[in-house]
Design a protein around this ligand. Structure first.
Ligand SMILES: C[S@@+](CC[C@H](N)C(=O)[O-])C[C@H]1O[C@@H](n2cnc3c(N)ncnc32)[C@H](O)[C@@H]1O
Length: 316
């Protein structure tokens, strides 16, 4: 944990600057209101409480080991529009870092990365990033983002804002952290056709009433379906389940879909308009990682459940 990065953080209560205390660092305190914040299991805790709406994420990211370095590097390039290798020495904010697979990648490439997440997924992220002293993992709320304005060369948020109760507010919060000339890349769930949306809302409503252990077993059942050829490319256009080749990722993806209380779906025009409204230029839609004539057709007709809208832009 380094003090330079602590200098980019702000007190979530009064926006005062934070100062490190103790050697080795045991916590930080606000130079303005005096509030103290602890460092626990290598993550700085500025927010988060047991039982909040991100509980399921704490469970899934600590339970499933999903870091796959080669795949993570490819996904990162597609979803941010930037190769991690180009980030050496840059200030990077991972807004909603989950278990830290992309923060780890950025740090490994030499970026000075701050990974923020509201859930106890930060425990896993801090463990994954432990070998990289230039990575700082912080448990904090994107809806009250405790970081300095205009401080980052790159801010990215992969699959996060649609899980907050106020995605547009969270977008504005992360957008203001980008420095002039810096880049913001955001990936959100895509709005599907109305019948798909209705079926999904009904299924998620039912899933949300199940105890997590029961839901996990159902997600494992869906992961079995995800390995069945033909079915795993057709049936999942009606009922969503992952067809990732890796079993652990399939179960985790399924839980990630059905467990969280908030899940909103968006259009490309909507996300682009947010970039415009926050003063970004060079706004560009990023293409998905998969391609092929059938896939492209299904993507453009909004038929892929769990597909994304992915936009990047540069701050004026
Ligand atoms: C689907 S996960 C994505 C994690 C990571 N970006 C990845 O792709 O591996 C969404 C994450 O958003 C976090 N999240 C949801 N609401 C948040 C908020 N208000 N502030 C910070 N993180 C939040 C959750 O805790 C969760 O870890």
């Amino acid at each position: 944990m380094n003090l330079e990065q602590i200098g980019l953080l702000r007190c979530p209560r009064c926006r005062g600057a934070l100062e490190g205390a103790g050697a080795p660092l045991e916590g930080v305190s606000c130079s303005c209101c005096g509030k103290e914040y602890r460092i626990e299991r290598r993550a700085l805790r500025l927010a988060g409480s047991a039982g909040d709406y991100t509980e399921s994420f704490g469970r899934q990211w600590n339970r499933y080991d999903v870091a796959r370095p080669a795949e993570d590097a490819a996904v990162f390039r597609v979803k941010t529009g930037v190769s991690a290798l180009a980030l050496a020495g840059q200030r990077v904010l991972d807004a909603g870092c989950g278990g830290g697979r992309y923060a780890r990648l950025a740090a490994e490439s030499g970026a000075h990365v701050i990974g923020i997440d509201l859930s106890r997924a930060v425990d896993k992220a801090a463990e994954l990033c432990a070998p990289y002293p230039q990575a700082l993992i912080v448990q904090a709320d994107l809806l009250n983002l405790p970081v300095a304005q205009g401080a980052f060369d790159l801010v990215y948020s992969i699959g996060v804002l649609h899980h907050t109760p106020a995605p547009r507010v969270a977008f504005a919060q992360i957008a203001r952290c980008v420095k002039p000339g810096g880049r913001l890349s955001v990936w959100l769930y895509r709005k599907n056709t109305p019948p798909q949306e209705w079926i999904n809302s009904a299924l998620r409503h039912l899933a949300g009433r199940l105890p997590p252990r029961v839901l996990e077993n159902l997600c494992a059942g869906l992961a079995v379906l995800g390995g069945v050829p033909v079915l795993n490319k057709t049936l999942n256009k009606i009922v969503n389940f992952s067809n990732h080749p890796d079993w652990t990722l399939r179960v985790c993806d399924n839980f990630d879909w059905y467990a969280p209380p908030f899940q909103s779906h968006h259009t490309v025009d909507e996300l682009k308009s947010w970039f415009h409204e926050e003063g970004f230029a060079d706004i560009e839609e990023l293409a998905p990682e998969k391609s092929g004539s059938v896939y492209d057709w299904a993507h453009h007709h909004n038929l892929i459940i769990g597909g994304g809208v992915n936009v990047t832009g540069a701050r004026r």
